[in-house]
Design a binder for this molecule. Sequence first.
Ligand code: SAH
Ligand code: F3S
Length: 447
Amino acid sequence: MAKLHLITYGCQMNEYDSERVAGLLREHRWELTSDETEADLILVNTCAIREKAEDKVFSKLGELRLLKTRRPDLVIGVMGCMAQLHQGTIQRRAPSVDLVFGSPAIARVAELVDRVRRERRPVLETGEGPLVKITARPPAAGRLKAFVTVMEGCEKHCTFCVVPQTRGRERSHPPDVIVDEVSRLAAEGCREVTLLGQTVNAYGRDLTPPTDLGELFARVNDVEGIARIRFTTSNPYNLTPTLIRAMRDVPKVCEYFHLPLQSGSNRVLERMNRGYTRERYLELVAEIRDAVPTMAFSTDLIVGFPGETEADFVETLDMVERVGYDNVFVFRYSQRPGTPAATMPDQVAGDVKAGRNTRLLEAAARTSAERSGRLAGRTVEVLVDGTSKKNTGELSGRTRCNRVVNFDGQGSASVGELAQVRISQVLPHSLRGTLASRPEEAACLSK
Ligand code: SAH
Ligand code: F3S
């Protein structure tokens, strides 16, 4: 069999796509290798969300070029968001690249690779294509947790974001197809699924008949073997009371909600075209905590959006305190080609962004520590996913609110099981605890 090496940058959706590609190529006698020097085909799955992500890809392509000088038959392909955004420019800037294809062409990857090998000339395939659910995966993919893409694309047009250009229109996969995929995963031993979409809470409105994420939760909840449902990413603009009820009522949906805020300043939110205000966001958080009091929130924040003043930034800091996030992802604003914000006046200097980045991370670390401190003495449900990194005699897993817990399994808990663990110690990046009862016998006490 010929050998394929895959390099994946970016988000979970890219990880999911890479797995599909490996599965599809396997059907055409391509075998995965983790060693790039022995590969006949190297595919780089790329991310275009920030300039830094792109720089990493070009520097990797530079390294691969050297490999190709030693092995001229090596085929190098670039897929994913940069392929869609930059198209022919990639091959001009990195001439060792033989193949460039966007997400719509993933289903035809084997045919494209064949074409490059047969014709020995560069191939570019970045047109629109029909939405296809590809469920092929490499055989070693049987695992405890898996991502499942439920919709593609985004039509929100936040002024900083390149995703609508790279991932196209919003299109949902039909619920039956998703439930089939989840059932297959469960049959292979998967216990946790994360439903993926750029605006996953807009799921289903484009289908006939229309449906929504809450209904999909209920369907996935019925799949035997699955213990936990997660979902990402939601947009505050599309958050409905129906979804809040579903988060409360569907038992397997975890108490962890990633709800990107981006900025705490109404002036900036408006220029970002986010479609909500800080007041509306706080109202939503209050409604959700009312329905699900133990809900943990995480968020994405951008510092240094064009025109962001110190006063705007302080409002973002204030939101971090008010919401009390469990987890915060901070990004320095990066100018993206073709987006409205890239040409806005008053671009913010790099050192100002860096300073705000640090201050925001400090504030986030404080709220996160405060949130995890609350778990001391509580008994929580842990999905055991392996052994502790520091002590292999101990088991490790995650709470429903996505915190890492290490504990002594006393020989009665094992990987893949739900254990009830009493938290005895709260550390900066993890929790420690003791087994409270035999796995899977108690109801979820974490609520
Ligand atoms: N669909 C998601 C966002 C996907 S992009 C949503 O609705 O929020 C992931 C995160 O990258 C975004 O939430 C944003 O915080 C960040 N991001 C996107 N474009 C960016 C840019 N140009 N510069 C800096 N950060 C950006
Ligand atoms: Fe990007 Fe906004 Fe869509 S951040 S992915 S355009 S919701």
